[in-house]
Design a protein around this ligand. Structure first.
Ligand code: UGA
Length: 454
């Protein structure tokens, strides 16, 4: 079986790289010529640990190719993955323009049976619309409209751990609808993922709509756990309790489990915010309320401003003349992704209050500048008070406070004595609960975590 992956973004590249590493001959198609040239030259447009090595090895060994040639790509694959973006629109619903234009392109180029696999995160009902778009093109060309099937195979990859998540999945969700191709499609998807089902079957088979909704339900559940813990943390702060002890206390219950219970300065990224909004908007379109998911979003928006509110409480609303350091800009460690990163809200709010901000991130500096320019459009002068530094300690000279917004590993054990000497006032607002409040109190550093007793 040969595989074509349409869309060389994050999901497409990881899928293509991993499937080629499993021995499949893969073609990655993208309409962006510069991106394809870059990939052909061995460059990877995104930062994901292990991806570059995987791509270059399989490229050198002839198992993966990159092209802008749609006909070549469609001819190549028995299985065609659609892995293009579904950005959120103004009203929160997912924009399907890319997915549907790919579907039409497939229809225009189809010569024999292909299995079309939806990998992009798409609202329930999208597979039907993909099916209709392909059929329309085939009918225009006077060809049989039974030459393909569409299945749903949502991805559950975490940025920063995507290769490992793909290669060692907890489960593989495959949605296939009844119809003349059902058996064939199931066999092809079974063969595609056979490597992961050797020990026991990790594939969960279901119908297409359930598979599409499973993806949103998973992300909404995870986001809800985080917002729930953030609310508990805020209450713990008010009551003098400690959220980390509470986390252990509830995590020990098998039904709850330990993961995704970390309170912090809010979740970000390209998935949770977009998918929770899309779920709410899908529900609305069907006359349903998603009260829990709605609340999850509201709590998260509030949580992003929590650290600034605390700083303001201590230093006053006008931060003119104040210097604030920020450690960590990416929405989470091991990525340069700035989409919906809490740091964007925090930094803009500090700049608007007149503060001077010095920031450090191990990899996201460039992306952060791009994002902040966007956020400060029309208020460009704000950025005169912002600068990036190349080393974490360089951010601290003469500052009134340090805000830690991303839990990069190298922030875990800093030299607190040196930090204290460098800062004008030793005050740490820890948005990721990295530090021990008691140890910092002993060192004479003022400390505020999220829901930590101190
Ligand atoms: C998330 C899901 O975890 C993946 O399963 C899913 O495939 C992916 O979205 C997607 O839809 O494509 P990702 O956005 O890469 O993956 O990042 P996560 O590691 O889930 O973190 C999301 C955010 O939640 C980060 O801002 C992180 O700091 C925050 N978080 C996570 C917390 O605040 N507390 C936690 O306990 C865990």
């Amino acid at each position: 079986m040969r595989v074509t992956v349409i869309g060389s973004g994050y999901v497409g590249l990881v899928t293509g790289a991993c499937l080629s590493d499993l021995g499949f001959k893969v073609v990655c198609l993208d309409k962006d010529e510069d991106k394809v040239k870059m990939l052909q030259a061995g460059e990877v447009p995104i930062y994901e640990p292990g991806l570059k090595e995987l791509l270059s090895r399989n490229h050198a060994e002839g198992r993966i190719r990159f092209t802008t040639d749609a006909q070549l790509a469609i001819d190549h694959g028995d299985i065609l993955f659609i892995a293009v973006g579904t950005p959120a629109q103004e009203d929160g619903s997912a924009d399907l323009a890319h997915v549907l234009s790919v579907a039409a392109m497939v229809g225009r180029n189809l010569k024999d049976f292909k299995l079309i696999v939806n990998k992009s995160t798409v609202p329930v009902g999208t597979a039907d619309r993909v099916r209709a778009a392909v059929k329309h093109e085939l009918t225009q060309r006077g060809m049989s409209s039974e030459m393909f099937d569409v299945v749903s195979n949502p991805e559950f990859l975490k940025e920063g751990a995507a290769i490992d998540d793909f290669m060692r999945p907890d489960r593989i969700v495959v949605g296939i609808d009844d119809g003349i191709h059902h058996e064939k499609s199931q066999r092809m998807m079974g063969d595609l993922y056979a490597s992961f089902n050797r020990h026991h079957s990790r594939t969960v088979w279901m119908d297409v709509r359930s598979a599409e909704l499973t993806k949103y339900a998973a992300n909404a559940m995870l986001a809800t756990r985080i917002s729930f813990m953030n609310e508990i943390a805020n209450l713990a702060d008010a009551l003098g309790a400690d959220v980390d002890q509470i986390r252990r206390g509830i995590g020990a219950d098998n039904r709850i489990g330990y993961s995704f219970l970390y309170a912090g300065c809010g979740y970000g990224g390209s998935c949770f915010p977009k998918d929770t909004q899309a779920l709410v908007s899908t529900a609305q379109a069907h006359g349903q309320l998603m009260s829990v998911v709605n609340a999850t979003e509201q709590v998260n928006e509030r949580q992003k401003t929590l650290l600034v509110d605390r700083l303001v409480k201590r230093l006053g609303d006008d931060l003119t003349g104040r210097k604030i350091a920020v450690w960590g800009l990416a929405f989470k460690p091991n990525t340069d992704d700035m989409r919906e990163a809490p740091s964007r809200v925090v930094i803009k709010s500090l700049l608007e209050r007149g503060a001077h901000v010095t920031a450090y991130d191990p990899v996201a500096g460039h992306e952060a500048m791009v994002a902040l320019k966007l956020d400060c459009a029309g208020q460009e002068a704000l950025l005169n008070n912002f600068n990036l530094v190349a080393h974490d300690m360089d951010a601290l000279h003469g500052v009134d406070a340090l805000m830690v917004l991303t839990e990069w590993k190298n922030f875990h054990n800093p030299d607190f004595q040196a930090m204290k000497l460098s800062m004008r006032t030793p005050y740490i607002l820890d948005g990721r609960n990295l530090y021990n409040p008691d140890a910092l109190a002993d060192l004479g550093i003022a400390y505020q975590g999220i829901g930590r007793r101190n």
